[in-house]
Design a protein around this ligand. Structure first.
Ligand code: SF4
Length: 847
């Protein structure tokens, strides 16, 4: 019998701030109990022991930890001092707060259904206001299985859409990967999150790594750089576990340069801060390329041997000339870049670097013989010039690139970026000549993000700052080569997520009922550790226009997120300290056994257990067979691989040691200096650019061959919106949140009690705002009301909101109501910072 419950009733907008203040210094067990964090003084006869575990959130620091468990409850946490490489021993304030997070009042304790929802009559209009009724696990699983089955039979299996993210855990076994496996096992439609991929697409076009995060050297290698450009990121907040390597480089005399419109913590600790006009960074990078070319600071030998510079580009179709073009069948059809799609998880596909033999058909111009020849046979290929080969007009890629970049002068960029031309030239010199150089890339969250990534990769390609000690670009080190993540994420023989539906395209699909011209009904949205209401742009539109078009929303989460609030069925997930799992993301050179610390609270279950129970109720033999494996068998499938065995990597060893090193602590990516492009070289000229995901919309291929500046979508002075909304709105990552997680931990809220809007006093005074006033930021998409915080480190003309705060923490609205959900058909990345707003003093009541 279902019992009526409203588990977070009474926790109204902003009231949770008071609640957390009241329990500051303790960890509140959802419901009634509290656990003191004070050390046991030894006088009480208590059961206390320690467990080695891992922080499983997707900052991907994977800090190894030791948890203290007292009377079955986790009461304390510290970093693990027994690591194979001590330089990776770290923990941050978020990590210290896990005892709070585990026993947070906002944990989901048991399966729930919205009272007026049913498969037959979903009453979507009641979402957000309905009461909740408690279900048994048996009732909940049957309801979900029945809905999935009904949709499959009546609308097709892909009417069940699955959105997977890292809210429950970012892991090799468990959480996010398990969610992908669930979608694949049944062949449900995967939804692409459209987060953080934009500049990866650009880097991936040049390096052939696709839209993969795993492009740079291991963080420890940063210590060997002589110049580090911290660009579009603030690692002391977002990736504190890596920042100390940058500081070590600085202490050893390196240039540590921060390029950011605001005076971040990283900027405060750098040797140089380059304040740049928001959204214009690609122009700065292009002008640096121009200066490198103009001053001949490029590495011609590297370019000749390792890049596409000497390859000949056909005038007729823009592709590289291959000897095979002259075969009877003519030029072969080429895949579009970035062509590796979901390579992060498909492992095997990702590493495909062609051999010299496989690339022997590329044609160059032999400068000694003044005739064409094959790349592997010509000792002195011409680097520049136009030629004719068998009637085909061609030009070297290097000539095209030089010509293309000629207009991007430092003076041109100064007019766009407001960075002085001589500063741009000095940055270019520093990067090219004070080498080895590393670009610690963040996420350029503007519509021109793809060209940002491409520009970073071109800087590395022209100067040889890649594949070497102290020289790399990108976000994270390479994902683990020894383990079989694909085994869990893409169950063998079952369907894949290759044909993904981008979240940003979902509104159009719902509106038209079509995807790529075909009928496409969306009947169910299953969020697995995903919080699209809280984390995605244009929140008001999501709540009021997108979600109401979907009859059923199911969410697996450990916390009662904003998305849970707008769901119909909520299933409680275990915190990653409540079950055994394996961590293996790419920021550290380790694999971890993440041991269970304590029993799940309430009736929470780990994701895999939930999927296994659903599979038992579904008519899908292949999925049933996959989920017939025990957790132990699944973990063995991931860890016990042929590649790992010679290195002593297997589950038994992992269980015994807790942490295993799987590579050198300063590991260099692409050290062999061959890349997974078609030519095996860095291709700063992209012969066949394509969209990240094919949704049937064409892109302008001519535009994307080489980096070409275009303004952001909305956030630029000449945009239509600018007269009405003159302030650039930026979302900053803080050290107190990880996306929308860690919202309620009392120890964090003591230090960071409520959301705010940072603004320059000049802009505030012009609007009659004094420090501490509550203000309303607004645009056509929505508004948010919070405190104003004056900060001279924020450029006049822009304001900045901390990311991650839940809606309930604002007096009204949310910063995510302001953000831009424009779909760029090439990169399909959310341009969160491509947003304009106006701000006024808030005259309403603040409760
Ligand atoms: S949030 Fe990141 S840096 Fe902090 S403890 Fe967890 S993994 Fe480490």
């Amino acid at each position: 019998m279902a019992e009526l419950k409203t588990p977070v009733k009474g926790i109204s907008r902003r009231s949770f701030l008071k609640t957390t203040a009241a329990v500051a210094g303790t960890a509140a067990v959802a419901g009634t109990t509290t656990v003191a964090l004070a050390a046991n003084d030894g006088t009480a006869d208590v059961d206390e022991h320690e467990v080695v575990c891992v922080c499983g959130c997707n900052c991907q620091g994977n800090c190894s930890m030791v948890a203290t468990v007292r009377e079955g409850k986790m009461v304390n946490i510290r970093s693990n001092e027994n690591l194979p490489y001590p330089s990776y021993e770290r923990i941050c304030m978020r990590g210290f707060s896990h005892a709070n997070r585990m026993y947070d009042f906002n944990r989901v304790l048991y399966p729930m259904k919205r009272k007026t929802w049913s498969l037959e009559e979903p009453h979507v209009e009641n979402r957000g206001t309905d009461e909740w009724e408690r279900l048994s696990w048996d009732e909940a699983i049957q309801l979900v299985a029945d809905t999935l089955t009904y949709n499959t039979e009546n609308y097709g299996v892909r009417s069940n859409c699955v959105l997977v993210s890292a809210g429950n855990s970012f892991a090799a076994y468990g959480g996010l990967i398990a969610g992908l496996g669930f979608a694949n096992a049944f062949g449900f439609q995967g939804l692409d999150v459209c987060l953080d991929y934009g500049d990866l697409v650009g880097i991936g076009e040049v390096t052939g790594s696709g839209w993969d995060f795993n492009q740079r050297n291991m963080a420890g290698d940063y210590r060997y750089a002589k110049t580090i450009l911290i660009w579009d990121t603030n690692p002391p907040n977002s990736q504190p576990h890596s920042w100390h390597f940058c500081m070590e480089a600085k202490d050893a005399g390196a240039n540590l340069v921060v390029i950011d419109p605001t005076y971040t913590i990283a900027a405060q600790q750098a040797t140089k801060w380059v304040p740049i006009k928001p959204g214009t960074d690609p122009a700065l990078g292009m002008a640096m390329l121009n200066a490198i070319i103009d001053n001949e600071w490029y590495d011609l030998d590297f370019m000749r041997e390792k890049t596409c510079a000497p390859l000949l580009v056909r005038e007729d179709n823009g592709h590289f000339l291959r000897a095979t073009d002259f075969d009877e069948a003519g030029p072969a059809e080429l895949p579009e870049y970035p062509f590796f799609g979901t390579l992060l998880l498909q492992g095997v596909k990702a590493g495909k670097v062609p051999t010299l033999e496989e690339t022997a058909h590329y044609v160059v111009w032999d400068a000694d013989k003044n005739a064409w020849g094959l790349i592997n046979e010509v000792a002195n290929p011409a680097m520049e010039g136009s030629f004719e080969v068998n009637g085909v007009k061609v030009t070297t890629a290097w000539s095209l690139f030089k010509e293309h970049m000629a207009a991007c002068t430092p003076e041109w960029a100064e007019g766009i970026t407001e960075v002085p031309a001589d500063t741009i030239v000095e940055l270019a010199r520093m990067y090219a000549q004070d080498a080895p150089s590393t670009i610690y890339a963040g996420y350029h969250l503007y519509d021109n993000c793809e060209e940002m990534g491409m520009t970073w990769a071109c800087l590395a390609a022209l100067t040889g700052n890649i594949g070497k000690r102290g020289a790399s670009i990108g976000h994270l080190g390479k994902s683990k080569p020894t383990i079989n993540m694909a085994g869990l994420a893409f169950p063998a023989g079952l369907s894949g997520l290759n044909d993904e539906l981008p979240w940003l395209h979902l509104p159009e699909v719902l509106e038209t009922g079509k995807l790529k011209g075909e009928d496409f009904p969306v009947r169910l949205l299953y969020n697995i550790g995903a919080n699209p209401v809280g984390s995605y742009a244009a929140q008001k539109k999501t709540i009021e226009e997108v979600l109401p078009q979907i009859p059923c929303i199911v969410t697996n989460d450990m916390e009662f997120s904003e998305t849970c609030e707008y769901s119909d069925i909520v299933l409680p997930c275990a915190h990653y300290f409540e079950y055994d799992w394996i961590q293996a993301s790419s920021h550290t050179p380790f694999l971890y056994m993440a041991n269970k610390v304590a029993d799940p609270i309430g009736e929470a279950k780990e994701d895999v257990e939930i999927f296994r129970a659903i599979a038992e109720r579904m008519d899908n033999e292949a999925a049933k067979a996959f989920y017939a494996k025990s957790n132990e068998e699944m973990m063995r499938m991931v860890v016990d691989t042929e590649k790992g065995e010679p290195l002593g990597i297997n589950l038994d060893n992992l269980k015994e040691k807790g942490v295993l090193a799987d590579r050198d602590e300063n590991w260099i990516h692409w050290e062999e200096q061959r890349w997974p492009t078609l030519s095996g070289r860095l291709e700063f000229y992209v012969e066949n650019p394509g969209a990240r995901i094919d949704i049937g919309k064409p892109i302008d291929k001519e535009f994307y061959h080489m980096p070409t500046y275009h303004t952001p979508f909305e956030a630029y002075d000449e945009s239509e919106q600018h007269d009405k909304y003159p302030l650039y709105h930026y979302c900053e990552r803080t050290r107190w949140h990880l996306h929308t997680q860690y919202n309620h931990a009392p120890v964090l809220r003591e230090l960071d009690p409520e959301p705010y809007l940072r603004m320059n006093p000049v802009d505030a005074e012009a609007r009659g705002i004094v420090e501490g006033d509550y203000v309303e930021a607004y645009n056509d998409r929505g508004h948010c009301v919070c405190k104003a915080k004056f900060d001279m480190g924020v450029r006049p003309g822009m304001v900045s909101s901390p990311k991650g705060w839940h809606r309930g923490a604002y007096v009204a609205g949310s910063y995510q109501e302001l953000t831009c959900d424009h779909l760029n058909v090439l990169h399909m990345n959310t341009s969160f910072d491509d947003t304009l707003v106006e701000v006024r003093k808030y005259e309403g009541e603040v409760k």
